[in-house]
Design a protein around this ligand. Structure first.
Ligand SMILES: *[C@@H]1O[C@H](CO)[C@@H](O)[C@H](O)[C@H]1NC(C)=O
Ligand SMILES: *[C@@H]1O[C@H](CO)[C@@H](O)[C@H](O)[C@H]1NC(C)=O
Ligand SMILES: *[C@@H]1O[C@H](CO)[C@@H](O)[C@H](O)[C@H]1NC(C)=O
Ligand SMILES: *[C@@H]1O[C@H](CO)[C@@H](O)[C@H](O)[C@H]1NC(C)=O
Length: 503
């Protein structure tokens, strides 16, 4: 009882203190003195950049913290949000650590001095560091209008003003929003430890891509605090999120299939794919996807702009950090399910129709993203990598797993192990060997044959067709293509061989 009263009095005192501070002048109140605020002036000093802090030092602290937390994190399996949060031991959240390295930085309430509900709502306030707007529904490229895709994530995406990039605009991804995305919807789930791990991974990918000369194919990303209100709602966002440079262009999915008033004519699609596509980027994007074992590389996660420049987005499903049941799966890398779906279409890969019935000769323009089309005088990459890739593969391969983990500040030993073994295979046995036999590896029902490339496509009789002789094999492996386990469905398994035994 005594404790309750004590708490109550502390809160009352805080409440009065805040009220007094607010009442002391006629000034527009600071956002920290408001609960909801409809309009927040951006007048805070720009977010502090920790330039002076040694990145290495900062990241090792994050890593140490993650190691400590790993044993305690059962959050993936706990349905109730309150239970999840209770499992986070406040003692693991060392206030002396830089905020980016603390899980409490990634959620709303952990750092509130005064519970927000005790504060008044404001129509106008000040003290924000950025102005958020909802992502534009449309974008305009190639003389048409495209509807931007909304990923299926539980995080919120905003456009945000920032001085950090020349365009002044970034995208910010906010995790652990305690309010539903739409009225009446559920509050998104929140696991600050998972968010912290993802942030660590994103920073590690940034380092890897810089080291290997692959940074021009990824958007620049950084972690920083957001001090802003949700437009139209007034909810105060006051924690850390993932910032991304706003990249020009549209997804390949949009480029190939959508667009108003009508999609780009196939002749123009082919002209751009054949003549404008940045071929050095295609080759290096395949290298990036195999090296980092990307598992979610489909047409919505590849952006193309009017100059034929590519950017890979949504790169966090990698190195088996989150999806354990996937070795790698990228439309850019032969032998994967995603590339086979492009070649044959999903109904054959899902085994609804036997693969040998797939139309022969049809060729999706995405097949022009095959790196083998852009190698000089050779059908295989082998160990002929661009010089900077070669250097970085040798460097990774020469380190121990522990050194790799330390050097790139990866979020776990497993991710370091996966990077190390892939780099080693790629530099000693070559790209194709690594894709066919290396680790991490897909389950046999998801290991497809290395099909011949189709590098010239024409539009004929209302369909895309390969414009040169092309004889892929219309067979797929035995087993369940979703789970990677045995086939258990009532309809027959249309697979004809054990995956991984034929290429
Ligand atoms: C402030 O606004 C929120 C959201 O509209 C509302 O739920 C809350 O009751 C308001 N608080 C006060 C004190 O009016
Ligand atoms: C858009 O249309 C203009 C005028 O019709 C043309 O000059 C331009 O090349 C088109 N741009 C693209 C990317 O198709
Ligand atoms: C491809 O992209 C790279 C780096 O992004 C750039 O240096 C190069 O000039 C581009 N190539 C072409 C043909 O546009
Ligand atoms: C093609 O690849 C083979 C095997 O990796 C190699 O011996 C040969 O030198 C390569 N040719 C060219 C032109 O790069």
């Amino acid at each position: 009882m005594f404790v309750c009263w004590k708490q109550f009095l502390v809160l009352l005192w805080l409440f009065l203190a805040v009220e007094a501070a607010g009442a002391a002048s006629d000034e527009v109140p600071h956002i920290s003195h408001c609960n909801f605020c409809q309009q927040c002036d951006v007048d805070a000093a720009p977010p502090v950049r920790h330039r002076s802090r040694n990145l290495q030092e900062m990241q090792s602290e994050m890593q140490a913290l993650l190691h400590h937390l790993q044993s305690q994190d059962h959050s993936h399996h706990t349905p109730s949000r309150t239970r999840r949060l209770r499992q986070l031991d406040p003692a693991t959240d060392d206030p002396k650590k830089p905020p980016e390295l603390r899980w409490s930085s990634y959620m709303a309430t952990a750092n509130d001095v005064v519970p927000k509900q005790l504060l008044p709502n404001c129509t106008r306030c000040r003290g924000c560091s950025t102005e958020l707007s909802f992502m534009a529904a449309d974008s305009h490229y190639f003389n048409r209008t495209y509807t931007n895709e909304r990923g299926a994530t539980s995080s919120w995406l905003f456009k945000a003003s920032t001085a950090r990039v020349p365009s002044g605009q970034a995208v910010v991804k906010v995790y652990c929003m305690p309010i539903p995305k739409r009225p009446g919807a559920r509050v998104p789930s929140c696991s600050p430890l998972t968010v912290l791990r993802t942030m660590t991974l994103m920073m590690a990918l940034e380092r890897i891509s810089l080291d290997c000369g692959l940074d021009d194919i990824l958007p620049n990303v950084w972690v920083d605090r957001i001090e802003a209100v949700v437009p139209g709602v007034g909810f105060h966002i006051r924690w850390y999120g993932l910032w991304m440079e706003l990249i020009p262009g549209i997804s390949l999915e949009n480029f190939l299939h959508k667009g108003d008033p009508k999609r780009l004519p196939p002749e123009q699609v082919l002209d751009i794919m054949h003549h404008k596509l940045n071929k050095s980027q295609v080759v290096r994007a395949a290298i990036f996807d195999l090296l980092t074992s990307q598992c979610d590389r489909h047409a919505q996660n590849i952006f193309i702009d009017e100059e034929g420049r590519l950017r890979l987005i949504d790169n966090e499903a990698c190195l088996q950090n989150s999806w354990k049941n996937c070795g790698f799966d990228s439309v850019l890398v032969p032998t994967t399910q995603k590339q086979e779906i492009v070649r044959m279409s999903n109904q054959f890969i899902a085994k609804l129709v036997p693969a040998h019935k797939a139309p022969h000769g049809n060729a999706d323009p995405q097949l022009l993203l095959d790196y083998r089309c852009y190698l000089e005088g050779n059908d295989t990459m082998g160990t002929n990598y661009p010089p900077q890739v070669d250097r970085c593969l040798r460097k990774i391969s020469a380190m121990t797993v522990a050194e790799v983990e330390q050097h790139y500040q990866l979020p776990s030993t497993l991710t370091a192990q996966n990077l190390h073994s892939r780099a080693t295979d790629m530099i000693t046995k070559g790209f194709e060997w690594a894709a066919k036999f290396g680790e991490p590896r897909n389950a046999p029902p998801k290991r497809y044959m290395m099909q011949p490339k189709c590098c010239q496509i024409k539009w004929e009789h209302d369909r895309y067709r390969c414009a040169h002789e092309w004889k892929p094999v219309f067979e797929i492996p035995i087993g369940d293509p979703n789970t990677g386990r045995e086939w258990t469905k009532a309809r027959p398994d249309t697979g004809t061989y054990e995956g991984g035994t034929r290429y």
